[in-house]
Every structure is written in structure tokens, then in C-alpha cells.
Design a protein around this ligand. Structure first.
Ligand code: ZN
Length: 132
């Protein structure tokens, strides 16, 4: 029997996980060069400034890439098939996530998706945008 691994927030990533717990997707934005940053970091990867603030992301994006999992680790076997996706947010950053509320055969690159926070502890998943 294995334990499911859950994220352990640290000083840098805590605002992200607090946002998820509140139902909001927060990402960083560099106050020096203006670019959005994800995953959470202490220093901007584009200009090395340390003035990173937190902003609420739109929660909207598109599938950049994905895979359908058919053979999963023991604690996830009852969930197959499921989709692991790299979502590009409207803010321009990419986030590794899982898709929910979708048949794997319907998933395609560029599919519009939106945030769907689920589970205990709460985690940020994505689902196809309801309007499309
Ligand atoms: Zn920067």
C-alpha cells in the first residue's frame, strides 16, 4: 500500500496553495519585467528580479499537450483512463494538471479549458470550457 503524494507548501509556494484552497488560481507576476511566472519562484526566471507579486489568474487556457494514462500507479488504478495535460494559461504560463469531466477521446491539442478545483486537499484540475 502506498500513500498518495500531496504537495507540501513552502514559503515561496504557500500563496499558490492558499489560493487553491479558496478556489482561486494565483500565479506570480514580475514587477520588473511584467511577465507572468509559474511554478512559484523566489526570483524571476526572465530578468532575475526578486520583486514577484501574486495575481489572480483567469483560470482559462488551452491544452498545449496531453497524454492518456492507461497504466497507473496502484492508488490511481481505479481512475484509468485519465488525462494528464500541459495547459497553457491565457496569461502565457504552462501548468501540468489533470483534466476532469471529459472523455479522453474528446481531448485534443488547443482545446479550451477552465479551472476546476477538486478533492481533499483541494487541487487545481481543468475541464473543457462549458461555452465550447
Ligand atoms: Zn522579470
Amino acid at each position: 500500500m502506498t500513500e498518495r503524494a500531496f504537495p507540501v507548501p513552502d514559503d515561496v509556494s504557500a500563496p499558490f496553495w492558499e489560493g487553491v484552497a479558496e478556489g482561486v488560481l494565483r500565479i506570480q507576476r514580475c514587477q520588473e519585467c511584467g511577465r507572468h511566472v509559474f511554478y512559484p519562484r523566489a526570483v524571476c526566471p526572465y530578468c532575475t528580479a526578486s520583486q514577484l507579486c501574486w495575481v489572480d489568474a483567469s483560470g482559462r487556457g488551452r491544452i498545449h499537450s496531453y497524454t492518456v494514462v492507461h497504466r497507473a500507479p496502484p492508488d490511481y488504478r481505479h481512475q484509468v483512463p485519465y488525462v494528464v495535460a500541459l495547459v497553457e494559461l491565457d496569461e502565457g504560463v504552462r501548468m501540468m494538471t489533470r483534466l476532469v469531466d471529459v472523455e479522453p477521446a474528446r481531448v485534443r491539442v488547443d482545446l479550451p479549458v477552465e479551472l476546476a478545483i477538486r478533492g481533499d486537499p483541494r487541487l487545481p484540475y481543468f475541464r473543457p470550457r462549458s461555452s465550447e
